[in-house]
Write a protein that binds this ligand. Sequence first.
Ligand code: SF4
Ligand code: SF4
Length: 643
Amino acid sequence: MAQLRLGRMTLHWCARCGVPLIEKVPCGLCGGPPAPVALTPPGDARPAFPFDVGMVRSIAEERFGPGAGSVLLPDGEIVLLNRIPDLDRTDEVIAGGEVLANLTWVLGKGFVLQLRMAGAGRVWEGAAGSGRTGELRSWVVADRGAVPSILDGSNLLGPGVTDCAPGIAPGDEVLVVEETGSGRALLGTGMARMSSESMAALSRGNAVKVRWVRQKDAPPTGAPATVARTWEDALRANEKALGGLVSRAADFIREGVSRLQKPVAVSYSGGKDSLATLLLVLDAGLRPKVLFVDTGLEFPETVGNARSTAALFGLELLSEEAGEAFWENLPRFGPPGRDARWCCKCCKLGPVTRLIAREFPDGVLSFIGQRRYESEARASKGPVWKNPWVPGQTGASPIQDWSSLQVWLYIFSKKVPHNPWYGRGLDRIGCYLCPATNLADLELVRRAFPGYGRWQERLRELPSPWRDYGLWRWRWLPRGVREHLAQRGIEPGEAPRYPPRLSLEAKEPAPDGGGVLAEGRFSRALDLERLAGRLRALGKTALEGDRLSVGEWAEVGRDGSVRVRGADGAQARQRVELLREAVLRSEECAGCGVCTGRCREGAARVERGRMVIDPDRCTQCGACLTGPCPVATYSPEAQEDVG
Ligand code: SF4
Ligand code: SF4
């Protein structure tokens, strides 16, 4: 995977105290110098919670033998996880200022721990130090003659294996060791390509795909800190740096408020970033309203956290609910995909629009916990923006440049309860079936959240690979996913199709009179009375019998036929598209309300599950026909920034 740089790599470590440093500044405990940590970009490491540590330990014990987990991550050591770009989920496990392992999700296998040299050193030396090397599992001894080529990057071939632990299967993670004059020493780590039996038989071919090797003349370090450290220690070590961040964020908040002169709110999602943002706004001396949208797909703990956090600070909670919108629209759209996120519009953007329009008709300055490290889209955004989909909302993020660790340290410093799902292995909390979620996290959700069963019930309708390997998260499988499946011998088969209920087939425009005429037909008969109300956004409409005319340029028949005129082909094609979208919005409206927020005349509203236009107020500006609509457009911009 290509490296993804979204911001500065701020993580450092104090080797003496064994604590992370959130900036390249001396340790606040001992004044010692900050040492860089060689983590993979974007470098947004977060604290590992006891659940995470327990998972790493148990995988280490299972793979490498009893005691491997506790020597890898002993009690009293600060551990971080750094999510790195991957097809699914991979976290670098960091302790002692070094990357000890990759915790990665392997399709069809689950979580796998790939030890890096620092971690392998801990496991090997830990076993040797306690005289338990005999209990170690998953090791392979390389012939002395093979060592130089392995150190130069080659794999270990079958004939080069002189000994190995029993029970190794292809795909298992292994330690590669060498014979020395005084015994055995760690040489590298990798993945077995053949079984113990095949290795013992000196079979030809790759025995181990070697991933990491010890540096020549530089034995792995990776020794655990000798002094037990807590997050309280980390806070003290970073007190000054954190104080500077908080003070700059508070200045940013106060400046935004004084410049915009609008009511102040915090968009609260129940996640850590929105919690930190709320705390910062309070630190800036403000009393914001707390905005919360319940998408209907929230964990109960998320809803509870929004309520309890607002109550804790005596703040007014303004909320809006999507209710059953997801489940009601599911038969129409099919499972939401990363490339088809109709759910964002129906369950988030629509309710946000309604909430802002209802509570802040004259606009609002909404502080939102967005950070550049979350995605390329967010990295390219400034700290202040106008919400393109919710007129009247100005968004501002005081933590735009903060790392995850900085956010967490700030929350720890406030001793405020956070969403319990962070303690169950998730590092991002949103809708429990969000298609942007990786399979690893969906599995964690499945195990711990009984409500996920409702979604599993619906997934049963899909063919096996689309259900079992989470392929439902795409409409069109990306090439990388297809290749990944092929490597594992998985044939996805035909993708389930969710054809639109209404479509338009139009011919190429042809010369007609002084201009051109494009003719076409919708796939079913149309409700002209309803269309007449809605198409007024395109121009003056007149309904005569079975024909509806729009301005001077379009005619729509009750049987679905359309005739569109234009000065030339380009204009006719553009008008056909405009008409197609407008008819879809009218006939298929899901009542999400997203488009109503664009109406500045108060003419557009949702009534009995459909958007309707008040003819006395409508100025035919056409604004309600632009922007995202789940039935008419797929708008990638609207997928992320709906806060
Ligand atoms: S027409 Fe408006 S209310 Fe209806 S689905 Fe589209 S965006 Fe939502
Ligand atoms: S945005 Fe409002 S005023 Fe403009 S066309 Fe739509 S309903 Fe009419």
